[in-house]
Design a binder for this molecule. Sequence first.
Ligand SMILES: Cc1cc2nc3c(=O)[nH]c(=O)nc-3n(C[C@H](O)[C@H](O)[C@H](O)COP(=O)(O)OP(=O)(O)OC[C@H]3O[C@@H](n4cnc5c(N)ncnc54)[C@H](O)[C@@H]3O)c2cc1C
Length: 440
Amino acid sequence: MAKGEFWNEPIQTGPLPDSNSEFDCIVVGGGPGGAAAASYLAMGGKKVLLIEKGVWPRDKVCGDAVGGKSLGHVKALGVKMRLESTPHFRVTGIVFSSPNGSEVTVPLPEEDVQKMEAGYSLPRQQFDWILFERASELVQENGGSVIQGATVTQVHDEGGVVTGVEIGIGGKRGEKRNYSAPWTIGAGGYQCPVARKVVKELAEEELVDKMHYCGGYREYWDGVKGCEGDAGNIEIHFVDSIIPGYFWLFPLGGGRVNVGIGMVLGLMDKQKKKLRPLQADVIANHPSFKERFANATMVEGTGKGWQLPFGSPRKGEKNQPRRAYAPGALLIGDAASLVDPFSGEGVGNALVSGEIAARHVMENVGGIDYQNELWAALGPELTNSYKMQKMSRRKWLLNWFVGKAGRKPVIQEMMTEMIASKEAQENLHSKWFLVKTLLF
Ligand SMILES: Cc1cc2nc3c(=O)[nH]c(=O)nc-3n(C[C@H](O)[C@H](O)[C@H](O)COP(=O)(O)OP(=O)(O)OC[C@H]3O[C@@H](n4cnc5c(N)ncnc54)[C@H](O)[C@@H]3O)c2cc1C
């Protein structure tokens, strides 16, 4: 570990609370969603129990891009300066390429980044460490407890009302402890035990719909040509052999790059594709990339896959995108299936939903009101992104769109706004605006 790399050190989380202790709210999972929810609750004076099965420092498989939506929360939680004091890559543009090799660069200029908050990329080990440490501090200051290295093994309910959890420490035969609270927030990612309880067991609804789930695979590389420096473009490539998925290069600064690939699980199964060999093939053989990787090396042990539960609207589902509540429980982030179905970004929506859920707990509301507020905040954007994802499965459309965008600055401007500014998303709801921009 290099000197000053505090994010590679352990986090002190205090003593394990006695079994049968009671809290105002239990938060299961200490990723960005759980850390944010626990922090907001503690800032509101609530006694919180935050439980994380990993032990810091810990990694999370991700593309590592932190979009603008996250930055407001990072600031509200009091860690923006700290985050920016650690090494990161300032994103000043996004390169998109289509299967026929056309390219467009969507600029995210510095002054607009300030105004619209476009974001940066940095390893999740770093990002999550900073958020979790802050949450630990706030939770303990407000009379709560933080546990790491313990897995939630059961979610208790009494007559359909979620009442608390059981944790297991030290493997299957290890010690069990129980905790209770009037509210439990499920922030355990795509395998969250609270989501299983709320969606599958209590409501008897479908938890995993493979047409709305994505497989993702990432590796860290050093020395990829064109990815040097601490500011510049991140890259999204719609490569022929990977459609209906995409290949990304997200520099992290200091010459390191997050290289990955993602594809909707249902489509992957149909086409019998596997992500790791697909990525290896692009790196070794694709005319645009083999040159760039010629002198690059993969960081050993970093090739890992994970799943992304998309927030695309489900046909015929009353609770969009998927049920996120039961009496006494709310789901956030990946546990609520909120990842953007086009870009694959989920950190921002985990933070947004963490704040909304914390507010519902503090006001003792929850239920369908929580679901409605969640969908009102995120639904329009998630619906747009789903449309774009479906469009991006068609090679000719991608070739046409990227070719056109490469030649027309007005389309590049529209894309800049779309990515960096929430208000500009409104324009996308206007079909006339889109037709006008694309055709004329
Ligand atoms: C390959 C890939 C690339 C991605 N790229 C990007 C990107 O570039 N930008 C972006 O914004 N998003 C990206 N995402 C999505 C993003 O990683 C997630 O949306 C985000 O991590 C969701 O945060 P969360 O807090 O909801 O869940 P998580 O980050 O998954 O955190 C859940 C936490 O809960 C803990 N946990 C799980 N089960 C239990 C249990 N039983 N008991 C206790 N604790 C438990 C886990 O250890 C974990 O720490 C990517 C995802 C993948 C897989």
